[in-house]
Design a protein around this ligand. Structure first.
Ligand SMILES: *Cc1c(COP(=O)(O)O)cnc(C)c1O
Length: 403
């Protein structure tokens, strides 16, 4: 009875997809299978290329039952044929880039993305002979103009970390299709609940499952969802050859978190809306960016493309010095919200990101692209991941440090 992925509702899917009672013991909750190797019942080949999904488990780097269960659960939530889980969100991003792209190929990559991805795109890919164009994905004409005959991949992130800028995923998918390129999207901020990225034409839907999917801040992992054929190729390259597999223990922890993802996303959205409205009415706050607010410059796109606005928001308090001083007060004085990086956990997390510093370390934007970034981030933003605490406690905590 395990592995039926055909449930009507997202909550039932989150709970039951990929798992079922243990056939030997009847255990209702899944066991962790830690074994690195498996006793074979027949003499088998030894090449990754001979493995299929119904092959017996042979060795833990090729496949593992606990990781497979999580992959089936996430694929069911995302509505794709397959999913590959890896050791981190960055392992997932590298897997896509290093599987799809070869020396001499060209990629169009969002000019604002998770900092690790931005640095990989700017520094590592060119070193391997891969040409990269960094483009503002809200500028559809610029994306079209960036495409070349050797473009193999367009990589987007929506909502984009840290500025909460959205990308019209269906429009970018069409450009990719016409160019004969693949479209990968980092949908970490939305989670599979907030956005059905594959339905919008995305070929590789990527998540840092360290964030909403795991949801509890205690396990690092990454996932890529797509067609069986694309995911098989990724698995051979990134898991079997590059070796960045997810540990079964982390898969088990993250699967436990995934079971409550739809429920948590509803609560994250409710809390974030309350906090966003409080911030929007606070005299010291100059700008709030939350896709669920009417004041978000892309609220119409958000309503069309997202089913849940998640718990991520950003806000400004004026110039860099004011932001810096508030960041210091936050690090010293916040009592509920943790001043810490990362996001998507049940605990609320906040982090200050000054624009000048972000440009030096990660983005290095100039001209129109810098203007577009500053339109969202001004001199700097606080990235707030609204957790699952009571909104009144989060608001009181913020109100005290805002002064
Ligand atoms: C955290 C994050 C990543 C990287 O994930 P890790 O699990 O930390 O490697 C990639 N993209 C986004 C949007 C993230 O928030």
């Amino acid at each position: 009875m395990a592995n039926s992925n055909a449930y009507k509702g997202l909550s039932t899917t989150a709970i039951h997809a990929g798992e079922g009672p243990d056939p030997v013991t009847g255990a209702s909750a899944p066991n962790i299978v830690m074994s690195s190797t498996y006793v074979a019942e027949e003499v088998a080949g030894f090449s990754a290329h001979e493995l299929s999904d119904d092959s017996p488990f042979l060795y833990g780097r090729w496949a593992n039952p606990s990781v497979r269960a999580l992959e089936n659960k996430i694929a069911a939530l995302e509505g794709t044929q397959s999913c590959l889980c890896l050791a981190s969100g960055m392992a997932a991003a590298s897997a896509i880039f290093l599987t799809v792209l070869s020396a001499g190929d060209h990629a169009v990559i969002s000019d604002v993305s998770y900092a690790g991805v931005a640095e990989l795109a700017r520094d590592t890919l060119p070193r391997l002979g891969i040409e990269v164009s960094l483009v503002d994905m809200t500028d559809i004409a610029a994306v079209e103009a960036a495409v070349r005959p050797n473009t193999r991949l367009i990589h987007t992130e929506s909502p984009a970390n840290p500025i909460m800028r959205l990308t019209d995923l269906a429009a970018i998918s069409e450009i990719a299709r016409n160019a004969g390129a693949k479209h990968s999207c980092d949908a970490t901020f939305a989670s599979p609940v907030g956005q059905k990225s594959a339905e919008l034409g995305v070929d590789y839907v990527m998540h840092s499952i360290t964030k909403y999917i795991g949801g509890h801040g205690d396990a690092i992992g990454g996932a890529i969802c797509g067609t069986a054929e694309d995911i098989k190729a990724l698995s051979v390259e990134a898991a079997i050859h590059h070796g960045g597999i997810l540990s079964p223990f982390n898969a088990w922890l993250i699967a436990r978190g995934t079971a409550t993802l739809p429920l948590r996303m509803r609560a994250h959205q409710e809390g974030a809306m309350a906090v966003a409205q409080f911030l929007e009415n606070h005299p010291k706050v100059t700008r709030v960016l939350y896709p669920g607010l009417e004041s978000h410059p892309q609220h119409a796109l958000a309503k069309g493309q997202m089913r849940n606005f998640s718990g991520m928001l950003a806000f400004q308090v004026g110039d860099e010095a004011t932001g810096e001083a508030l960041a210091v007060r936050m690090a010293e004085d916040l009592q509920v919200i943790h001043y810490a990086v990362s996001l998507g956990h049940h605990r609320s997390l906040i982090w200050w990101m000054p624009t000048a510093g972000m440009m030096d370390t990660s983005f290095r934007l100039t001209g129109n692209q810098l203007d577009s970034y500053r339109e969202f981030a001004g001199d700097g933003i606080f990235r707030l991941s609204v957790g699952l605490e009571d909104a009144e406690d989060l608001i009181a905590d913020l109100d005290r440090v805002l002064g």
